[in-house]
Write a new protein. Sequence first.
Length: 73
Amino acid sequence: MSKTKITINNNGSLKIEGDFEILDKAGNTYDLGGREVVGLCRCGLSKNKPFCDGSHNGNFEHEALAFALPPKK
């Protein structure tokens, strides 16, 4: 399987693809049903959190442009 790739979509979700697992805060693994690509909600409107259900459409704006973080302290 390929390495994990995370894409920040304009006005939408975080697209995660490759070899990954998603855990809740207790360390339990979400059953992804064999999916190798999922979208995670960034807008907070999804009824299927942490997964995106498209509720952001027309309700969330963010132009995703890469930038450099300042050096770690």
